[in-house]
Design a protein around this ligand. Structure first.
Ligand code: GLV
Length: 388
């Protein structure tokens, strides 16, 4: 086994072990992938302020997200088709998260269903909710999340229609994969993955098949989103969802200060600054560059989290220092899952925690709660000087 020192090592193993179709699904942004690239490269523009001879003993990454204790403020983001990256992937990732002490967020577009994950874990997880036209489906989704004892609902508001990721179209992405000469030839080289998939019944969109009406091809993300998702979504509709769910509510997919104010008005407990990992509006600002204006607008009134672009503990520290109270990793844990299953997700979390804790020490900080912009060197005009 190679020595794994960072999430890129996991990514290389992941690429070798998982069929191309699912690797591409994870590793793509929409259209030119500008926003996907800038989500990570914009983090690199921020530098860390080294401090010395400050007692760094007793460092702790522990904190809180929406009032829940976390071993570090890093939740597992909702990721569609996780159960195609590794057999029973959502259950494996949820188990790794609960042992580690960070929140796991289950995607509506998961392979394992809400009930599957609840039966195979012992701590509450968070449920991500897509906004569909079908009111019955929506009410049942919230009810199912409640029955499964989910401790928060995360409503995603930036996917009323699916951004175009070229490779998914070229690969004919579906769950389960359609058997073509190309896909069979590829899967034959992914022996461990294939054996895992043969050993599980969970190969379809578990929250959809048998639950959503009138979807002609529920194996295709593209068809399903085009038919069922609500392009008429507005803030009044989101207020209705607020009424359907009486637990903690997080709104995901905010990139603009005006939208952040709207999310505050509908009674959300937290917002997630996110551009969906660069998978939706290509050309939008990176998440980390969008954060300062949103902090200025609502940062003292609502908990602000950041998703999109985090691949290391240094990135986590930068986001927290810029004001986020919590962060999310998506790809960074999928690399671990695809490489080594549950142990790989644990490895991703361990790597990020170690990086965070070491970086805190070298910045002269012992608690995540005391991080501030003072710990960073942010280039002037970082967020950009855009005309209104
Ligand atoms: C779904 O959330 C996707 O980005 O594919």
């Amino acid at each position: 086994m190679p020595v794994i020192t960072n999430v890129d090592d996991l990514k290389r193993i992941y690429q070798r072990r998982v069929p191309r179709m699912f690797y591409d699904y994870c590793e793509s942004g929409s259209w030119t992938e500008q926003t996907f690239r800038e989500n990570t490269s914009d983090f690199d523009q921020i530098r860390l302020r080294q401090r010395v001879a400050l007692d760094m003993t007793g460092r702790s990454t522990a904190g809180q997200m929406i009032g829940q204790d976390v071993a570090m403020p890093v939740a597992l983001a909702p990721v569609g088709l996780t159960g195609m990256q590794h057999a029973d992937g959502e259950i494996k990732a949820a188990r790794a998260a609960e042992s580690f002490g960070v929140p796991f967020t289950l995607s509506t577009m998961s392979i394992c269903s809400i009930e599957d994950v609840a039966e195979n874990t012992s701590k509450p997880f968070w449920m991500q909710v897509y906004t569909l036209k079908d009111d019955d489906f929506m009410q049942r989704l919230f009810d199912r999340a409640k029955d499964a004892k989910c401790s928060a609902a995360v409503i995603t508001v930036d996917l009323q229609l699916l951004g175009q990721r070229h490779k998914d179209l070229k690969n004919g992405l579906s769950a389960p994969p359609k058997l073509t000469v190309k896909s069979i030839a590829d899967m034959m080289t992914k022996v461990q993955w294939g054996l895992g998939m043969l050993g599980t019944k969970r190969r379809f969109f578990g929250n959809i098949v048998g639950h959503a009406k009138g979807v002609k091809d529920p194996s295709s993300l593209g068809t399903w989103t085009a038919e069922a998702f609500d392009q008429a979504l507005d803030w009044d509709r989101i207020r209705q969802f607020r009424k359907m769910w009486d637990g903690p509510l997080i709104i995901k997919g905010i990139l603009d200060a005006e939208d952040a104010k709207q999310a505050l008005n509908v009674g959300a407990d937290a917002i997630i600054v996110s551009n969906h990992g660069g998978r939706q509006l290509d050309g939008a600002l990176s998440a980390i560059k969008s954060l300062p204006a949103i902090m200025d607008a609502v940062g003292d009134k609502i908990e602000v989290h950041l998703d999109s672009g985090i691949r290391s503990g240094q990135d986590v520290l930068k986001a927290l220092s810029m004001g986020a109270k919590g962060t999310y990793i998506g790809r960074a844990y999928i690399y671990g899952l695809g490489a080594m299953g549950e142990a790989g997700v644990t490895k991703s979390l361990e790597l990020i925690q170690k990086e965070l804790e070491t970086t805190m020490g070298l910045c002269g900080v012992t608690s995540v709660d005391t991080l501030s912009r003072d710990n960073l060197l942010v280039p002037q005009g970082f967020e950009g000087n855009w005309q209104d």
